[in-house]
Design a protein around this ligand. Sequence first.
Ligand code: SDX
Length: 392
Amino acid sequence: QTGAFTYDPGFTSTASCRSALTFIDGEEGVLLHRGYAIGELAERSSFMEVAYLLLNGELPDASELDDFVATITRHTMVHEQLASFYRGFRRDAHPMAVMCGVVGALSAFYPDSTNVHDAGQRLVASHRLVAKMPTVAAMAYKYSIGQPFLYPDNSLSYAGNFLRMTFGVPAEEYEVNPIVERAMDRIFILHADHEQNASTSTVRLAGSSGANPFACMAAGIACLWGPAHGGANEAALNMLREIGTPDRIPHYIARAKDKDDPFRLMGFGHRVYKNYDPRATVMQKTVREVFGSLKVSDPVFDTALRLEEIALSDPYFIEKKLFPNVDFYSGIILSVIGFPTSMFTALFALARTVGWIAQWNEMITDSDQKIGRPRQIYSGPTQREYVELAQR
Ligand code: SDX
């Protein structure tokens, strides 16, 4: 019994680990980080505060938060030679391909924070990863459009710094729009951690072998890239744009229901949530707030709302308990802010690094920790004699 929620013993057989970070009740659509509801954190907290909470277990007081933000801010620059690493990629390389490569290479630039058995090195690696992900992601975007890299401006907030490195240019002052900054920070909060999803489990499995934290994050990025996982935000907006107008929705609903058609409604359904993903609720609200404050609109939002309305009243989706997930609306906001769809999953990885590194720290400091070694149900042939080539 954990407070109002009962830990479902049914999960024990499939549980891959014990964790105190994030609790999900899929039937009720509940998501807690260290006991705090995601809706409250998204409305009232900041990404830096949530990062501190996930890494340390408690919300910080004012001086703890100031110290944490100052530490993260001090690590935002990357090794100068990392810039030439980018130049090995084609300009049209997918940002996630760049992120996989660059983040995996960070251990070569920061060998003094790769000893996983040294608490000090684990702490520095954690801070470096949280701090440098926005810089790495912004550089991937700048490289893809042929613009120069911008150094971090540490007078800005975490989200503001990222926005400036992404959209600023050396030739002009960049003014951080506070509405966009707040929306960006909230989007980071919504993506920070999510229990033992595929990419987090990948990070934990890689970390269980003693691999350095930078390599483990690169493994997580690779897994998150898949369209069934973090790649769904890019796929969901592409799908909504392909649908175009609401009159074309029934055709796509029919395709999603057709067993012989591999098409799935992207941004819909979830391995755990059999109710509305609480992050999607906040994301939809944030779309309305950003559109209202910036006095912008995008017909794709109307299509998304109509698609949700039709799907949620369709017996197939009701029976299979398919609801919008975190990826259904996120692309609409990211697109209005100015990101190309190719950057959406890189943003997911940027924010999820906080959860990955918190989960990695929890795993690596667990005294019962052993190397992960999933087993299998063998379905191959029983033992048999070798047959010489001449007899085959
Ligand atoms: C994320 O795990 C996490 O926590 C991940 C994540 C995180 O924060 O880390 O929440 C982020 O990855 C969210 C999910 C993003 N992916 C998508 O939006 C892609 C579209 N969704 C589907 O691919 C699917 O819903 C999955 C992959 C997410 C889950 O697939 P499952 O495991 O098959 O889901 P299920 O068992 O609940 O499916 C029940 C039925 C199945 O049909 P039957 O085998 O019973 O006949 O519903 C069908 C599924 O085929 N189904 C869908 C559907 N999702 C499931 N049918 C149409 N459209 C869909 N989107």
